[in-house]
Design a protein around this ligand. Structure first.
Ligand SMILES: [Zn+2]
Length: 84
């Protein structure tokens, strides 16, 4: 992993341990080049579906948000919720 301080690619894992509930792995790393120390977290990502917004920002896909917007667009149209 790249060092966030000097951007060197050569960093070493010094310590690796799971968090209390075992859902995250915490790693202490150190940079061989500048000796800076930093921590990274490894966690499972089940939903990696992202939505690119008009301004270029990416946000996580939100099914409920999409459903609400579709309902709004049908508000004054003759369709029953069931059919939408
Ligand atoms: Zn460094």
């Amino acid at each position: 992993m790249r060092c966030p301080y000097c951007n060197d690619e050569d960093t070493q894992v010094k310590d690796s341990r799971p968090t209390e509930d075992n859902s995250v792995i915490r790693r202490r790393r150190s940079c061989i080049q500048c000796a800076a120390r930093f921590t990274t977290f490894e966690r499972v990502q089940l939903r990696d579906l992202m939505v690119k917004k008009r301004d270029g920002k990416k946000v996580e896909f939100d099914r409920d948000k999409l459903a609400r917007s579709i309902m709004v667009s049908f508000r004054k149209r003759p369709f029953e919720d069931e059919r939408i």
